[in-house]
Design a protein around this ligand. Structure first.
Ligand SMILES: [Zn+2]
Ligand SMILES: [Zn+2]
Length: 350
């Protein structure tokens, strides 16, 4: 089979690998779609292994097939996996982590929190930018009939991450929600927040990204370049501040603005990876009784719930998928993603 490997320093190479054979408890997925996520850019841009180490995901130094938003159909089962558990042709997303499988975190479907050490497919083991992917049975999450494979790929990291954070923040009708950053995760948060009933204010320096945010239902947009974002958000909320703010940018200034623009008793969420932030703790946090949610992706059950929510609430996720590539275009696709960053790219397979 073919697989696209991140070699570091902006090099992606299509290599040939033996087709995977499933071991005990494992299945092989024939890939139908594999998304490009913001954190892939960190692996793409940095020297080999450096981004993995910086994100706290370990660093084996060995290059793996990239892609941690895998979606496809079951084509092979290993020993101990029954036809009932993973029928041939079953449409599945992959929850792209594996832990020990027996600790409370793993049994709750939060295997990425396993303290025995984790595998992250596409980061510390072969991922979805390939014709086939071998994973444990328990990582499979059913893809609803109503969703395309490309939409399933988006749910498998970026969109699912936005959903899980908004769920933690208990976003509901009546809330005004500020979303900092309108990349694939932020745009997902905008459309999901709207579907949850919130009035969404979308913030990004990119005019095209703000435009997309507006198309996905944002009530107002703000360009933080040369604007006092906190003042602008207060002006839009009778001087009180927003009920909830989610940072999807990972930018220190955005994180600080998210806290400062949130009203007393409000909720702040962080999903953007990397970087730092400095708070003036008393005025920025304590005096206003803020709740801060640090959110890393989602469990298998929340992944499934996110997919169902998108179907039930007719979330326009398809419109986020602006760029489709073939696997053979992997180098070109990441070159484009590195520089031109409006919407979301996904590899599709026949
Ligand atoms: Zn575990
Ligand atoms: Zn991701």
């Amino acid at each position: 089979m073919r697989g696209a490997v991140f070699l570091g320093n902006r090099k992606v190479e299509l290599r040939t690998f033996p087709d995977p054979a499933p071991g005990p408890g494992e299945v092989v997925i024939e890939m139908k779609a594999s998304g490009m996520c913001g954190s892939d850019l960190k692996f793409y841009r940095s020297p080999p292994g450096a981004a993995q180490a910086a994100l706290g995901l370990g660093n084996s130094g060995e290059p793996f097939i990239g892609g941690h938003e895998p979606c496809g159909v079951v084509v092979a089962r290993g020993p101990g996996v029954s036809e009932r558990e993973a029928p041939d042709g079953q449409r599945v997303m992959d929850h792209h982590y594996a832990g020990c499988g027996t600790c409370p975190h793993c049994r709750l479907g939060w295997s990425q929190l396993c303290r025995a050490g984790i595998t992250v497919y596409g980061v510390t083991a072969h991922g979805g930018h390939a014709d086939y992917l071998k994973v444990p049975l328990r990582t499979l999450v059913a893809l609803p009939e109503e969703l395309s494979f490309a939409e399933g790929a988006a749910v498998a990291c970026g969109t699912g991450t936005a959903y899980a954070a908004l769920r933690r923040m208990r976003i509901a009708g009546g809330d005004t929600l500020a979303v900092f950053g309108q990349g694939p995760v932020g745009l997902s948060a905008t459309m999901l927040g709207v579907a949850m009933g919130a009035r969404v204010i979308a913030i990004d320096v990119g005019a095209e990204r703000r435009q997309l945010g507006q198309e996905f239902g944002a009530d107002a947009v703000i360009d933080p370049g040369g604007t006092d974002v906190v003042a602008a958000l207060k002006a839009l909320t009778d001087g009180e501040g927003v009920d909830a703010a989610l940072d999807c940018s990972g930018h220190p200034d955005a994180r600080l603005a998210a806290a400062r623009a949130t009203r007393t008793w409000g909720r702040v969420g962080f999903v953007g990876e990397g970087n730092q932030v400095t708070f003036d703790v008393s005025p920025d946090l304590l005096r206003r009784q803020l709740t801060l949610h640090a959110s890393w992706t989602f469990s298998t059950l929340i992944q499934e719930e996110c997919a169902r929510f998108i179907v039930k609430r007719r979330v326009p996720l398809k419109r986020l998928l602006t760029h489709r590539f073939r696997l053979a275009q992997a180098a070109e696709a990441y070159r484009l993603f590195d520089t031109q960053t409006t919407g979301k790219g996904v590899f599709v397979f026949d």
